[in-house]
Design a protein around this ligand. Structure first.
Ligand SMILES: *Cc1c(COP(=O)(O)O)cnc(C)c1O
Length: 367
Protein backbone atom coordinates (compact mmCIF):
# COMPACT_ATOMS: atom_id res chain seq x y z
CA UNK A 1 0.00 0.00 0.00
CA UNK A 2 1.34 3.44 -0.96
CA UNK A 3 0.28 4.88 2.40
CA UNK A 4 2.79 2.58 4.15
CA UNK A 5 5.70 4.52 2.59
CA UNK A 6 5.69 8.08 4.03
CA UNK A 7 8.01 9.52 1.37
CA UNK A 8 5.90 8.08 -1.47
CA UNK A 9 2.66 9.14 0.20
CA UNK A 10 3.88 12.74 0.51
CA UNK A 11 4.96 12.77 -3.14
CA UNK A 12 1.59 11.42 -4.30
CA UNK A 13 -0.43 13.81 -2.11
CA UNK A 14 1.59 16.70 -3.58
CA UNK A 15 0.65 15.74 -7.16
CA UNK A 16 -2.98 15.25 -6.14
CA UNK A 17 -2.92 18.81 -4.77
CA UNK A 18 -1.42 20.02 -8.04
CA UNK A 19 -4.27 18.46 -10.02
CA UNK A 20 -6.85 19.85 -7.62
CA UNK A 21 -5.41 23.37 -7.92
CA UNK A 22 -5.20 23.16 -11.72
CA UNK A 23 -8.70 21.75 -12.19
CA UNK A 24 -7.41 19.43 -14.96
CA UNK A 25 -9.58 16.50 -13.90
CA UNK A 26 -10.37 15.19 -17.40
CA UNK A 27 -8.07 15.35 -20.43
CA UNK A 28 -5.38 18.00 -20.02
CA UNK A 29 -1.70 18.04 -19.09
CA UNK A 30 -1.57 15.31 -16.43
CA UNK A 31 -3.19 12.74 -18.71
CA UNK A 32 -1.06 13.78 -21.68
CA UNK A 33 2.15 13.64 -19.63
CA UNK A 34 1.40 10.16 -18.30
CA UNK A 35 0.47 8.90 -21.77
CA UNK A 36 3.80 10.16 -23.10
CA UNK A 37 5.74 8.69 -20.17
CA UNK A 38 4.00 5.33 -20.26
CA UNK A 39 4.48 5.02 -24.03
CA UNK A 40 8.18 5.79 -23.55
CA UNK A 41 8.40 3.26 -20.71
CA UNK A 42 6.82 0.58 -22.93
CA UNK A 43 9.01 1.65 -25.87
CA UNK A 44 5.80 2.05 -27.87
CA UNK A 45 4.93 5.02 -30.06
CA UNK A 46 1.61 5.75 -28.32
CA UNK A 47 -0.31 5.10 -25.13
CA UNK A 48 -3.96 6.02 -24.72
CA UNK A 49 -5.13 6.39 -21.12
CA UNK A 50 -8.51 4.82 -20.38
CA UNK A 51 -10.69 4.11 -17.37
CA UNK A 52 -9.69 0.48 -16.64
CA UNK A 53 -7.98 -2.60 -18.01
CA UNK A 54 -11.34 -4.04 -19.01
CA UNK A 55 -12.14 -0.89 -20.99
CA UNK A 56 -8.65 -0.97 -22.55
CA UNK A 57 -9.41 -4.45 -23.92
CA UNK A 58 -12.94 -3.52 -24.98
CA UNK A 59 -11.89 -0.31 -26.73
CA UNK A 60 -9.01 -2.06 -28.52
CA UNK A 61 -11.42 -4.72 -29.81
CA UNK A 62 -13.98 -2.12 -30.89
CA UNK A 63 -11.37 0.08 -32.54
CA UNK A 64 -10.09 -2.95 -34.48
CA UNK A 65 -13.61 -3.59 -35.77
CA UNK A 66 -14.27 -6.78 -33.81
CA UNK A 67 -17.99 -7.19 -33.17
CA UNK A 68 -21.14 -9.23 -33.64
CA UNK A 69 -20.59 -12.59 -35.30
CA UNK A 70 -16.86 -12.58 -34.57
CA UNK A 71 -14.98 -15.01 -32.36
CA UNK A 72 -12.02 -14.06 -30.18
CA UNK A 73 -9.70 -16.71 -28.73
CA UNK A 74 -9.09 -16.25 -24.99
CA UNK A 75 -7.52 -18.53 -22.37
CA UNK A 76 -9.94 -20.13 -19.89
CA UNK A 77 -7.36 -19.43 -17.20
CA UNK A 78 -7.50 -15.66 -16.75
CA UNK A 79 -9.35 -12.98 -14.83
CA UNK A 80 -12.89 -12.85 -16.22
CA UNK A 81 -12.31 -9.34 -17.66
CA UNK A 82 -10.44 -10.82 -20.64
CA UNK A 83 -13.65 -12.52 -21.76
CA UNK A 84 -16.00 -9.74 -20.64
CA UNK A 85 -14.32 -7.30 -23.01
CA UNK A 86 -15.09 -9.66 -25.90
CA UNK A 87 -18.72 -10.00 -24.82
CA UNK A 88 -19.11 -6.23 -24.42
CA UNK A 89 -18.35 -5.70 -28.12
CA UNK A 90 -20.97 -8.39 -28.93
CA UNK A 91 -18.35 -10.88 -30.11
CA UNK A 92 -17.99 -14.40 -28.71
CA UNK A 93 -15.09 -15.54 -26.55
CA UNK A 94 -13.68 -18.86 -27.73
CA UNK A 95 -12.11 -20.38 -24.61
CA UNK A 96 -8.96 -22.46 -24.94
CA UNK A 97 -6.97 -24.54 -22.50
CA UNK A 98 -3.49 -23.65 -21.24
CA UNK A 99 -0.09 -25.26 -20.83
CA UNK A 100 0.09 -27.35 -17.63
CA UNK A 101 3.57 -26.07 -16.72
CA UNK A 102 3.28 -22.33 -17.46
CA UNK A 103 -0.53 -21.93 -17.08
CA UNK A 104 -0.42 -19.87 -20.30
CA UNK A 105 -1.97 -20.10 -23.76
CA UNK A 106 0.24 -21.58 -26.51
CA UNK A 107 0.24 -21.34 -30.31
CA UNK A 108 -1.04 -24.93 -30.44
CA UNK A 109 -4.16 -23.95 -28.50
CA UNK A 110 -4.73 -21.03 -30.85
CA UNK A 111 -4.29 -23.14 -33.97
CA UNK A 112 -6.78 -25.75 -32.72
CA UNK A 113 -9.40 -23.08 -31.97
CA UNK A 114 -9.23 -21.35 -35.36
CA UNK A 115 -12.49 -21.20 -37.26
CA UNK A 116 -14.08 -19.22 -40.07
CA UNK A 117 -15.31 -16.54 -37.65
CA UNK A 118 -12.09 -16.09 -35.65
CA UNK A 119 -10.99 -12.44 -35.81
CA UNK A 120 -8.65 -11.97 -32.90
CA UNK A 121 -6.68 -13.64 -30.13
CA UNK A 122 -5.95 -12.27 -26.65
CA UNK A 123 -2.79 -13.80 -25.12
CA UNK A 124 -2.73 -13.09 -21.37
CA UNK A 125 0.62 -12.62 -19.63
CA UNK A 126 -0.81 -14.14 -16.46
CA UNK A 127 0.87 -13.66 -13.04
CA UNK A 128 3.48 -11.49 -14.83
CA UNK A 129 4.80 -14.42 -16.91
CA UNK A 130 5.14 -13.73 -20.61
CA UNK A 131 3.26 -15.85 -23.13
CA UNK A 132 5.54 -17.35 -25.81
CA UNK A 133 4.35 -14.86 -28.41
CA UNK A 134 6.38 -15.53 -31.56
CA UNK A 135 4.60 -18.79 -32.48
CA UNK A 136 1.22 -17.17 -31.70
CA UNK A 137 2.09 -14.12 -33.82
CA UNK A 138 2.97 -16.49 -36.68
CA UNK A 139 -0.36 -18.36 -36.42
CA UNK A 140 -2.21 -15.03 -36.22
CA UNK A 141 -0.38 -13.65 -39.25
CA UNK A 142 -1.27 -16.72 -41.33
CA UNK A 143 -4.90 -16.63 -40.20
CA UNK A 144 -5.29 -12.84 -40.45
CA UNK A 145 -6.06 -12.33 -36.76
CA UNK A 146 -5.59 -9.27 -34.59
CA UNK A 147 -3.37 -9.92 -31.58
CA UNK A 148 -4.35 -7.97 -28.47
CA UNK A 149 -2.03 -8.60 -25.54
CA UNK A 150 -3.63 -8.60 -22.10
CA UNK A 151 -0.67 -7.21 -20.17
CA UNK A 152 -2.76 -6.23 -17.14
CA UNK A 153 -0.50 -8.34 -14.87
CA UNK A 154 2.80 -7.83 -16.68
CA UNK A 155 3.82 -4.15 -16.73
CA UNK A 156 7.39 -3.87 -17.93
CA UNK A 157 7.99 -7.56 -18.66
CA UNK A 158 10.07 -8.16 -21.77
CA UNK A 159 9.73 -10.70 -24.54
CA UNK A 160 12.58 -10.97 -27.02
CA UNK A 161 13.91 -7.77 -25.48
CA UNK A 162 10.72 -5.79 -26.10
CA UNK A 163 8.23 -4.69 -23.48
CA UNK A 164 5.04 -6.74 -23.53
CA UNK A 165 2.08 -4.90 -24.97
CA UNK A 166 4.13 -3.84 -28.00
CA UNK A 167 4.46 -7.20 -29.76
CA UNK A 168 0.86 -7.55 -30.94
CA UNK A 169 -1.37 -4.94 -32.59
CA UNK A 170 -2.38 -3.49 -29.23
CA UNK A 171 -1.37 -4.02 -25.60
CA UNK A 172 -3.81 -3.50 -22.75
CA UNK A 173 -2.88 -2.52 -19.21
CA UNK A 174 -4.78 -2.17 -15.95
CA UNK A 175 -3.68 0.17 -13.19
CA UNK A 176 -6.10 -1.27 -10.62
CA UNK A 177 -4.50 -0.48 -7.22
CA UNK A 178 -3.17 -4.03 -6.65
CA UNK A 179 -1.44 -4.33 -10.05
CA UNK A 180 2.34 -3.90 -10.41
CA UNK A 181 1.69 -0.25 -11.32
CA UNK A 182 -1.39 0.79 -9.35
CA UNK A 183 -3.51 3.94 -9.34
CA UNK A 184 -5.63 5.27 -6.48
CA UNK A 185 -8.74 3.88 -8.13
CA UNK A 186 -9.49 2.43 -11.56
CA UNK A 187 -7.38 3.23 -14.59
CA UNK A 188 -5.93 1.57 -17.69
CA UNK A 189 -4.13 2.15 -20.97
CA UNK A 190 -3.77 0.79 -24.48
CA UNK A 191 -0.33 0.94 -26.08
CA UNK A 192 0.22 0.59 -29.81
CA UNK A 193 2.50 1.60 -32.65
CA UNK A 194 -0.54 2.05 -34.91
CA UNK A 195 -1.42 5.77 -34.82
CA UNK A 196 -4.78 5.27 -36.55
CA UNK A 197 -5.78 2.66 -34.01
CA UNK A 198 -4.73 4.95 -31.15
CA UNK A 199 -6.78 7.74 -32.65
CA UNK A 200 -9.92 5.59 -32.92
CA UNK A 201 -9.50 4.59 -29.26
CA UNK A 202 -9.13 8.29 -28.30
CA UNK A 203 -12.45 8.99 -30.04
CA UNK A 204 -14.25 6.00 -28.50
CA UNK A 205 -13.10 6.74 -24.93
CA UNK A 206 -14.77 10.14 -24.99
CA UNK A 207 -18.10 10.14 -26.83
CA UNK A 208 -16.60 10.01 -30.31
CA UNK A 209 -16.11 13.72 -29.80
CA UNK A 210 -13.77 15.93 -31.87
CA UNK A 211 -13.95 18.88 -31.64
CA UNK A 212 -16.22 19.56 -28.64
CA UNK A 213 -19.86 18.52 -29.27
CA UNK A 214 -18.98 17.17 -32.69
CA UNK A 215 -19.69 13.43 -32.30
CA UNK A 216 -18.13 11.38 -35.08
CA UNK A 217 -18.85 7.89 -33.73
CA UNK A 218 -20.84 6.41 -30.84
CA UNK A 219 -18.35 6.33 -27.96
CA UNK A 220 -18.78 6.65 -24.22
CA UNK A 221 -17.07 7.72 -21.01
CA UNK A 222 -13.94 5.61 -20.65
CA UNK A 223 -11.22 8.19 -20.04
CA UNK A 224 -8.22 8.07 -17.74
CA UNK A 225 -8.77 10.96 -15.32
CA UNK A 226 -6.23 13.59 -14.31
CA UNK A 227 -5.89 12.50 -10.68
CA UNK A 228 -5.11 8.90 -11.60
CA UNK A 229 -2.74 10.00 -14.35
CA UNK A 230 -0.81 12.21 -11.92
CA UNK A 231 -0.56 9.42 -9.31
CA UNK A 232 0.57 6.93 -11.95
CA UNK A 233 3.09 9.36 -13.41
CA UNK A 234 4.61 9.89 -9.98
CA UNK A 235 4.96 6.11 -9.45
CA UNK A 236 6.17 5.11 -12.92
CA UNK A 237 9.80 6.06 -12.26
CA UNK A 238 10.05 3.45 -9.48
CA UNK A 239 8.37 0.64 -11.41
CA UNK A 240 11.50 -1.09 -12.72
CA UNK A 241 13.19 -1.00 -9.30
CA UNK A 242 10.05 -2.44 -7.71
CA UNK A 243 9.90 -5.13 -10.39
CA UNK A 244 13.52 -6.03 -9.73
CA UNK A 245 12.61 -6.34 -6.05
CA UNK A 246 9.70 -8.65 -6.94
CA UNK A 247 12.07 -10.83 -8.95
CA UNK A 248 14.57 -11.08 -6.07
CA UNK A 249 11.86 -11.90 -3.53
CA UNK A 250 10.31 -14.47 -5.89
CA UNK A 251 13.72 -16.00 -6.58
CA UNK A 252 14.43 -16.47 -2.86
CA UNK A 253 10.97 -17.70 -1.95
CA UNK A 254 10.67 -20.05 -4.94
CA UNK A 255 14.11 -21.44 -4.13
CA UNK A 256 13.06 -22.20 -0.55
CA UNK A 257 9.79 -23.75 -1.72
CA UNK A 258 11.43 -25.87 -4.42
CA UNK A 259 13.81 -27.27 -1.78
CA UNK A 260 10.74 -28.36 0.20
CA UNK A 261 9.42 -30.21 -2.85
CA UNK A 262 6.61 -27.71 -3.47
CA UNK A 263 5.25 -27.90 -7.02
CA UNK A 264 5.90 -24.58 -8.79
CA UNK A 265 4.72 -23.34 -12.19
CA UNK A 266 7.53 -23.09 -14.75
CA UNK A 267 8.92 -19.61 -15.37
CA UNK A 268 8.98 -18.64 -19.05
CA UNK A 269 12.14 -19.74 -20.86
CA UNK A 270 14.12 -17.15 -22.84
CA UNK A 271 13.18 -15.00 -24.72
CA UNK A 272 10.41 -14.69 -22.09
CA UNK A 273 10.37 -12.94 -18.74
CA UNK A 274 8.51 -12.83 -15.43
CA UNK A 275 7.64 -9.74 -13.37
CA UNK A 276 5.95 -11.75 -10.59
CA UNK A 277 2.67 -9.92 -10.19
CA UNK A 278 1.71 -13.06 -8.26
CA UNK A 279 3.64 -15.98 -6.79
CA UNK A 280 1.61 -19.12 -7.40
CA UNK A 281 2.29 -22.63 -6.08
CA UNK A 282 0.45 -25.88 -6.77
CA UNK A 283 -0.67 -28.25 -4.07
CA UNK A 284 -3.01 -31.27 -3.97
CA UNK A 285 -4.33 -30.25 -0.55
CA UNK A 286 -4.52 -26.59 -1.43
CA UNK A 287 -7.37 -25.75 0.95
CA UNK A 288 -5.57 -27.37 3.90
CA UNK A 289 -2.41 -25.40 3.04
CA UNK A 290 -4.41 -22.18 2.93
CA UNK A 291 -6.02 -22.91 6.30
CA UNK A 292 -2.61 -23.70 7.82
CA UNK A 293 -1.17 -20.40 6.55
CA UNK A 294 -4.27 -18.44 7.53
CA UNK A 295 -3.97 -19.77 11.09
CA UNK A 296 -0.44 -18.35 11.17
CA UNK A 297 -1.59 -14.93 9.98
CA UNK A 298 -0.42 -15.41 6.38
CA UNK A 299 -2.93 -14.31 3.75
CA UNK A 300 -3.17 -16.37 0.56
CA UNK A 301 -5.37 -16.20 -2.54
CA UNK A 302 -6.55 -18.32 -5.46
CA UNK A 303 -6.12 -16.86 -8.94
CA UNK A 304 -8.59 -17.98 -10.06
CA UNK A 305 -10.90 -20.46 -8.31
CA UNK A 306 -13.10 -21.05 -11.38
CA UNK A 307 -11.92 -21.13 -15.00
CA UNK A 308 -13.93 -18.56 -16.94
CA UNK A 309 -15.91 -21.10 -19.01
CA UNK A 310 -17.28 -22.68 -15.80
CA UNK A 311 -18.50 -19.41 -14.24
CA UNK A 312 -22.28 -18.87 -14.28
CA UNK A 313 -21.60 -15.71 -16.31
CA UNK A 314 -20.33 -17.88 -19.17
CA UNK A 315 -22.83 -20.73 -18.99
CA UNK A 316 -23.72 -19.56 -22.51
CA UNK A 317 -20.35 -20.90 -23.72
CA UNK A 318 -21.87 -24.35 -23.33
CA UNK A 319 -18.60 -25.87 -22.12
CA UNK A 320 -19.30 -28.44 -19.38
CA UNK A 321 -16.80 -29.48 -16.73
CA UNK A 322 -14.08 -31.57 -18.37
CA UNK A 323 -13.98 -29.47 -21.55
CA UNK A 324 -10.71 -27.71 -20.71
CA UNK A 325 -9.08 -30.17 -18.31
CA UNK A 326 -5.75 -28.43 -17.74
CA UNK A 327 -7.27 -25.10 -16.69
CA UNK A 328 -9.81 -26.95 -14.56
CA UNK A 329 -7.19 -29.12 -12.87
CA UNK A 330 -4.96 -26.13 -12.14
CA UNK A 331 -7.86 -24.20 -10.60
CA UNK A 332 -8.22 -26.94 -7.98
CA UNK A 333 -4.50 -26.92 -7.03
CA UNK A 334 -3.29 -23.31 -7.22
CA UNK A 335 -2.54 -21.08 -4.26
CA UNK A 336 -1.11 -17.55 -4.35
CA UNK A 337 1.43 -16.75 -1.62
CA UNK A 338 2.37 -13.27 -0.34
CA UNK A 339 4.86 -11.40 -2.56
CA UNK A 340 5.47 -7.67 -2.60
CA UNK A 341 8.36 -5.29 -3.29
CA UNK A 342 10.34 -4.66 -0.14
CA UNK A 343 9.38 -7.98 1.43
CA UNK A 344 12.06 -8.60 4.08
CA UNK A 345 14.13 -11.74 4.57
CA UNK A 346 12.20 -12.39 7.80
CA UNK A 347 8.86 -12.07 5.99
CA UNK A 348 10.05 -14.47 3.30
CA UNK A 349 11.27 -16.90 5.98
CA UNK A 350 7.95 -16.73 7.81
CA UNK A 351 6.06 -17.79 4.66
CA UNK A 352 8.56 -20.52 3.74
CA UNK A 353 8.69 -21.84 7.33
CA UNK A 354 4.90 -22.03 7.52
CA UNK A 355 4.76 -23.93 4.21
CA UNK A 356 7.55 -26.20 5.52
CA UNK A 357 5.50 -27.02 8.65
CA UNK A 358 2.53 -27.95 6.49
CA UNK A 359 4.55 -30.05 4.05
CA UNK A 360 6.35 -31.87 6.91
CA UNK A 361 3.07 -32.57 8.71
CA UNK A 362 1.58 -33.99 5.50
CA UNK A 363 4.65 -36.17 5.00
CA UNK A 364 4.24 -37.58 8.55
CA UNK A 365 0.56 -38.36 7.84
CA UNK A 366 1.55 -40.15 4.62
CA UNK A 367 4.05 -42.38 6.54
C1 LIG B 1 -6.91 -6.81 -13.72
C2 LIG B 1 -7.06 -7.53 -15.00
C3 LIG B 1 -7.92 -7.09 -16.02
C4 LIG B 1 -8.91 -5.97 -15.84
O1 LIG B 1 -8.42 -4.79 -15.38
P1 LIG B 1 -9.40 -3.77 -14.60
O2 LIG B 1 -8.58 -2.53 -14.52
O3 LIG B 1 -9.69 -4.37 -13.26
O4 LIG B 1 -10.62 -3.59 -15.42
C5 LIG B 1 -7.92 -7.78 -17.21
N1 LIG B 1 -7.14 -8.86 -17.40
C6 LIG B 1 -6.32 -9.33 -16.43
C7 LIG B 1 -5.47 -10.52 -16.73
C8 LIG B 1 -6.27 -8.68 -15.20
O5 LIG B 1 -5.47 -9.18 -14.23
Amino acid sequence: MDAADPELLARLLAVVEQVARSGAFTHGPFVEAFERDFAAYCEASTAVGVSSGTDALMLALRALGVGRGDEVIVPANSFIATAEAVSHVNATPRFVDVDPQTHLMTAEHVREALGPRTRAVIPVHLFGATVDLDPILAVARDAGLWVIEDACQAHGARYRGRRVGTLGHAGCFSFYPAKNLGAWGDAGAVVTDDEDLADRIRLLRSHGERPRYHHRVVGGTARLDGLQAAVLGAKLGDLDARTQDRRLVAGTLRGRLAALGVDLPASPAPPGDHVFHLLVVRCDDRDALRTHLHDRGIATGVHYPTPIHLTPAYASAGLPEGSLPVAEGLARRICTLPLFPGMTAQEIDRVADAVDEHVSAQARVAV
